[in-house]
Design a protein. Sequence first.
Length: 279
Amino acid sequence: MDLYDNQKSTAKIKRDASVNERIPDGLFLACPYCGVQMYNKQLGPFRVCAHCGYGFRLQAQERVDLLTQSFEEMDADIEMTTPEFPGYADKLARAKSQTGLGESVLTGVATIEDEKVALGVMDSYFMMGSLGSMTGEKITRLFEYATDKKLPVVLFTASGGARMQEGINSLMQMAKVSAAVAAHQEAGLLYLVVLTDPTTGGVTASFAMQGDITLAEPHALVGFAGARVIESTIHEKLPKDFQRVETLLENGFVDQIVPRPELSAIIAKLVRLHRVSEV
């Protein structure tokens, strides 16, 4: 390499400050699981990492649009008296504005590949999908409706756990929903859970693990307490895939890991098989 070439290779390139202003936010994304950066259009309509298959988090309505042929929402106007926790009313208002939902779960009657189901989709963008009083009430009503109409329930879970602003009222939802799940199962009806990233806390400790069949999206984080809490308790470093669904599958907590584009076909097939078994 001559002196001229060496000078070219080591010279600093002057940055054009106007470039950043011309590049829209979110044009390039890093996968939360594998870390690979990609152009956002590479994710496709299902928003799946092309490198590892991780499904980026979806809002509830986005998932319904991808999954169903038709959807009729239930209990959209349900309201609650907001507990007097500092700043809680403002947080609720922001969550409602950002998601277009009244609570952290969207429920209704849906058609998935010609199969009619009672569908619930939790939304991690609504206060991290936290389990509040009205979240529990909506899911309970969904199971009660499905029991009365003899419909299978398909529930997509996504949650950071119980909603601390509501105290004991939030924790009580675990028992309330579990009772509705038990009544639905006693009626001989199918309850199918799809674990999505993340499913943690009281949701994992109750209805997320009570399904007749448990599916999961690739690399979703599922657990009760957070990894940092566990590490500080046992004073050991946890494995990389601790609380990932691949580990849960190996240990019998998940029946099948299903890539997001295949979910509608698998769900419909399972609903048909269950209906045939009842005949």
